[in-house]
Design a protein around this ligand. Sequence first.
Ligand SMILES: [Zn+2]
Ligand SMILES: [Zn+2]
Length: 340
Amino acid sequence: MLVDYHMHLERGPFTRAWLDRFLATARERGVAEIGISEHIYRFREAQEAYGAWWEAPPPRPPNPGGEHEGHSPASLKASSVTPSLSPLGLERAGGGVPTARDQDEGWPPPGTAAFARRWWTGRGGQSLAEYAGLLREAAAAGLPVRLGIEADYFPGAEGAVRAVLARAPFDYAIGSVHWIGAWGFDLLGVEGLWDGRDVDEAYRAYFALLGQAARSGLFRIMAHPDLIKVLGHRPSPALDLAALYNEAARAFAAGGAAVEVSTAGLRKPVGELYPAPAFLRACRRHGVPLSLASDAHRPEDVGLDFDRAVALARDCGYREILTFAAGRPAPSPSGDEGLS
Ligand SMILES: [Zn+2]
Ligand SMILES: [Zn+2]
């Protein structure tokens, strides 16, 4: 069976009517189960737990095999936060990135702590209880939906992630790296975003963080695993990409995280699936399980281009997809069926 475990309700309200539109597209495209993975920063509890992460010093080089947090599955106890009305209308045109107009209105330069603070804090305010309640009730009513969350990883944010995961009965958490220090490298439409950046250095820093995130043991899935290519920047031949892929795959395996094949990259300037085939083959060699993702931010994109994702996965040797129930990984119902 096909599943799509990475999508966002964020352009609409936390209502059954809005959720039903995502489910309808899934049905049309033969996707048997969906998981909603709202961005963690949307929730008040996360804004509080993460704190002012942009003030942290730039990430240090990784310490392969060194200390890490180990496996600490999220607590599955019910959320204790109080439901309340969620403010709408926080989103900007283009899916939540500053537009040229926003920048005219005095956005600080990208890559600065001031930019990161404004971007991040401007997106909070939603109720985790309301979100979790919607999905819990839908699942209880027999709908094929899972409660997930996409959590940004920063070195030192492990405790914050754990605190948020303990507040609701999540089926799984997806780990992602969108920021290198205070630099949100994937923010489409932000002028000058990559100006003055050393591309090789950006790749090295990104993969170091990705591996560190996976090794935290907090995540069952790693999101869009080579997102650093999103705007089409390519490293020089001097960069040993194969080594970076291999080390990341090793980290996924060590942290018990699945690799996500995401079709979102097809809709971005890079125009490719995440991850690169060589990266996915490295994951396969290390025995890393597979997850499928559209990263849809609107109902029309659920399960989009999954034929291409499945073809890539099969080409790299995958025959099964991981599915989740109440946070416990389970094999896809029958052997080859998943990717046939
Ligand atoms: Zn993401
Ligand atoms: Zn996402």
